[in-house]
Design a protein around this ligand. Structure first.
Ligand SMILES: [Zn+2]
Length: 436
């Protein structure tokens, strides 16, 4: 086999290995070490964890104990000791491909994290049948970020294998995309780079299709509200209690009662509500986790301000205090149409070995209807006069994103990778035009 065939064969292997070691946001220690080790084997010099992460910009960080436990687990699963040392308590990888003294022409983002979800072990679930289901209870690659990371590894490998690039390409392996918590901590790595591309698999598109320019990435704020009350005997002295559970439940209904906007889509959702500890005790604590989303930042900010009023108002009704914290945030974003068109033209020009089109269908625009903190990078590049795109690589899914039996079609990986390679080679070539 030649080097390209080796990389093609490695793609599903990498993806399955990453799948088996699912780690949720900010705990991707094993994943970071594995990615860095593979890149190192390709002759690259990846920077890891604390070397690339702005610690104070991390959002929705798990407790120090959980980070330490994840680090220990990574070590026990064979993560390289020297890499773990360099990482410190941060995850994530940045690697540049191409001659060191040249400018970075393009950056691409691949996300590393899994979801706090227990994977299906049903026999019809391919990862379970294939022996690569998550070995970490309560953590599961149910969005395809394992495939994204495999694509990033494949891309670095292909670019290293072929003719040397004329300019550099930067690959960002970002932690904690779920909950839009990680991109802001990597923003420094994007400064001064004129082009940015993020890719997500699936999202409703079947294998063989590609959409190069998603629009309508929704602004989103993720928040936790902790209601503090006072415990009391539920029969003998309920009047002495301050019921945190009722406050949180009232807030939940109030949040969903907030009016929608007439000039664009918005969402509000509470996905978790916990409180109380015993049937006959007035609950002194309740935690509500929710999110707002909207197609513009203004609308999203307005919705979150109203959500705050509801939370504080419900707390006041029951004599509670309410601590609200923002644990994730991303702006609204849209791909640059001219850049998306160029990426689509490139995709349409690619042929298989049998001289058929590499993609059965390529579209330039698609409505996203969801959020991704790649939007942080997109907005930053666009604010500096550069161009950004968010692409969706079709993959026929067995079950929807974030479901315990989510499974993707690995057949999407190689064509997607060939397109990414073509994008990198074109945008770093001498004729790489400076307007698009
Ligand atoms: Zn995702």
């Amino acid at each position: 086999m030649n080097a390209r065939d080796d990389i093609r064969a490695a793609l599903p292997r990498w993806r399955q290995e990453l799948h088996a070691h699912a780690e949720e946001g900010w705990t991707e220690f094993w994943t970071t070490a594995r990615v860095a080790a593979i890149l190192h084997d390709r002759g690259l010099a990846p920077r890891v964890g604390a070397e690339v992460i702005n610690r104070t910009a991390r959002m929705g960080l798990p407790s120090a104990q959980r980070l330490a436990a994840a680090r220990r687990r990574a070590r026990s699963e064979g993560a390289d000791e020297a890499l773990l040392h360099r990482m410190g308590d941060c995850t994530g990888v940045v690697v540049d491909v191409g001659p060191r003294e040249t400018p970075v022409a393009l950056a691409l983002r691949f996300d590393l994290d899994a979801l706090p979800l227990t994977e299906s072990h049903a026999p019809e679930h391919a990862p379970a049948a294939g022996g690569y289901a998550s070995r970490h209870a309560g953590q599961c690659h149910a969005c395809g970020h394992d495939a994204h990371t495999a694509l990033g590894l494949g891309l670095a490998s292909l670019l290293q294998t072929g003719p040397e690039l004329r300019q550099r390409v930067r690959l960002l392996f970002q932690p904690a995309e779920e909950g839009v918590r990680g991109a802001a901590a990597m923003l420094e790595q994007m400064r001064g780079i004129p082009r940015f591309l993020a890719v997500h698999i699936g999202l409703g598109l079947p294998t063989g299709t590609l959409a190069t320019g998603a629009a309508g990435l929704m602004a989103s704020t993720k928040f936790d509200a902790v209601f503090g009350g006072r415990a009391a005997h539920a029969a003998k002295a309920p009047q002495q209690g301050r019921d945190a559970l009722k406050g949180a439940a009232t807030a939940l209904l109030g949040l969903h009662e907030l009016p929608r906007y007439g000039d664009g889509e918005s969402r509000i959702h509470v996905g978790e509500l916990r409180g109380g500890g015993a049937r006959n005790v007035v609950a002194d604590r309740a935690v509500l986790r929710g999110e707002t989303r909207a197609v513009t930042c203004e609308m999203s900010d307005d919705l979150f301000a109203r959500a705050r009023d509801v939370l504080e108002g419900a707390a006041a009704m029951y004599g509670l205090d309410c601590r609200i914290s923002v644990v994730g945030q991303a702006p609204a974003a849209a791909s640059d149409a001219a850049f998306a068109a160029r990426l689509a033209t490139l995709a349409r020009s690619l042929r298989t070995e049998q001289d058929r089109p590499l993609f059965a269908q390529v579209q330039e625009r698609i409505d996203m209807g969801a959020s991704d903190d790649a939007a942080v990078f997109m907005r930053a590049v666009q604010a500096e006069g550069g161009m950004a795109a968010y692409a969706i690589l079709g993959s026929s899914l067995k079950a929807g994103h974030h479901a315990p039996n989510f499974d993707l079609d690995e057949a999407c990986l190689w064509p997607g990778l060939l397109w990414l390679e073509a994008v990198c080679r074109t945008l770093t070539s001498d004729e790489g035009d400076t307007t698009v």
